[in-house]
Design a protein around this ligand. Structure first.
Ligand code: HEM
Length: 426
């Protein structure tokens, strides 16, 4: 009873989407180690961050039972599963998806020119449709056409289901898995093997059995959910940030205009170096990020854990949050200031120090599988949009409406992000 009552304090902040900011304030008041509930300790220290997530490889807490795919808690089952899909998300394989990502980004530009130029458009909705097309292609090799539907004002069922998390398009996923199985059975080659084909062909080492169908469905759904809202919300915030500063927009445009002389030909961004765009992206992930919540891990059953001088017994939940760790005034002077230029100090020690204080995609054994894909989609979409449009915020989109509410993933208070895209004249 005592534990439940004591947990209520933290839970009340969770339900008000304020856990991240509340824990951040506690670090300011009490220092880098705070006991936030009877068996839960939050910390804000880069060395401890590396130790618990990468060196000790603490397993996930039962908090993750709330989600679908991210729920494998023990390290052994998780690393076996991760081997199945890890190869799909390598930089080399993501590079093979580039043509698809470029086509979708150019379709996005055309959609905006056709239907939305110079009138407000809710970017959360538009970009969800854009990202869902790429995620479905990557996962199932299927051309969904959600963005095309958005252009003709027809809601895409899957995008609606993803926005409405609990429904999650299970039927859609099961159908796509059957299609991919059919293609494997009929011996038809895949141009780019989708994620699901890897899962279908995987055999479990101990039994040589295939993965059960319900696992395939859960994984398919999870990869769509994990990859879609995170990426589209991030992109919406990027565009809003750009709309807030004509100086930053012009600097980005100057750099991108040079790298992309033809507004309809996106360069290969894996070889193009765009320092200001890179700095802008790093700074956004530092100041905001979209997975801002506490990444909970458990002290293993076999030993105590010495966390910055506090000896914690097995079973204690420990964790840090990117929102706080990326805010160190020593590494990032005036940490609340959005300043891409801080990333342009090229000294090796400066870059290493900054990198050691970043975890927008998590860290260690459970680091985001899809981060290469997310980075590629974000960079391509930004380049295409900034090259082709001047972006301004609609009067309904303000600092207050865009203030983040923090679930495990963050989202704007207003639940929308209305921006206006003005085609650029050459
Ligand atoms: C801006 C976009 C994204 C952000 C900020 C992001 C962030 C994260 C973070 C912080 C974690 C670790 C969670 C933890 O340790 O508690 C994670 C895990 C994961 N992400 Fe992402 N993610 C993004 C995009 C994607 C994409 C595009 C995909 C796939 C298509 C994806 C798939 C996954 C999966 C499968 C995991 C679980 C990994 C595991 O437990 O081994 N994410 N993501």
């Amino acid at each position: 009873l005592f534990k439940t009552a004591s947990d209520l304090w933290l839970t009340s902040h969770v339900f008000r989407f304020q856990q991240t900011t509340t824990i951040h304030k506690l670090f300011g008041k009490y220092g880098p180690v705070v006991r936030v509930s009877p068996d839960k300790v939050a910390f804000c220290d880069a060395d401890t961050m590396r130790d618990s997530y990468s060196v000790q490889k603490c397993e996930k807490s039962s908090h993750y039972k709330l989600f679908t795919m991210l729920t494998l808690l023990d390290n052994a089952s998780h690393s076996a599963r991760r081997r199945v899909f890890g190869s799909h998300y390598t930089a080399a394989n993501v590079a093979r998806l580039q043509p698809e990502i470029h086509n979708s980004a150019l379709e996005l530009v055309k959609s905006l020119e056709l239907t939305a130029a110079a009138r407000p458009v809710d970017c959360l909705d538009l970009l969800r449709n854009f990202v869902v097309d790429i995620a479905v292609f990557s996962t199932f090799g299927h051309n969904l056409g959600a963005l095309g539907k958005w252009t003709t004002n027809v809601p895409d069922d899957l995008s609606v289901a993803i926005a409405d998390f609990p429904k999650m398009g299970i039927v859609f996923v099961a159908k796509r898995i059957h299609e991919v199985q059919h293609q494997i059975d009929t011996g038809k080659e895949f141009e780019i093997p989708p994620l699901v084909s890897r899962m279908l062909q995987y055999r479990q080492p101990s039994t040589n059995d295939a993965l059960p169908f319900e696992v395939l469905v859960a994984e398919g759904v999870a990869h769509l959910v994990a990859g879609t809202e995170t990426t589209s919300t991030t992109l919406s915030y990027f565009l809003w940030e750009i709309s807030c500063s004509s100086d930053m927009m012009q600097r980005l445009q100057k750099e991108i205009d040079t790298a992309m002389p033809d507004p309809r030909t996106i360069p290969d961004l894996s070889v193009q170096n765009l320092p200001y765009l890179n700095a802008f992206i790093s700074e956004w992930f530092r100041v905001h990020g979209v997975i801002t919540g506490l990444m909970e891990r458990v002290v293993p059953a076999t030993r105590n854990y010495n966390l910055m001088g506090y000896v914690l017994p097995p079973g204690t939940v420990v964790g840090t949050q990117s929102w706080s760790i990326q805010n160190s005034p020593r590494v990032f002077p005036s940490p609340n200031r959005f300043d891409p230029d801080r990333w342009l100090d090229g000294s090796e020690s400066g870059s290493a120090e900054r990198a050691a204080h970043m975890m927008p995609f998590g860290l260690g054994t459970r680091v985001c599988t899809g981060q290469q894909l997310a980075q590629a989609v974000i960079r391509v979409a930004l380049v295409a949009l900034v090259r082709n449009f001047d972006i301004r915020a609609d009067s309904s989109t303000t600092k207050a409406s865009m203030r983040m509410r923090h679930g495990f993933a963050a989202f704007p208070t207003a639940g929308e992000c209305k921006l206006i895209f003005f085609p650029r004249t050459e």
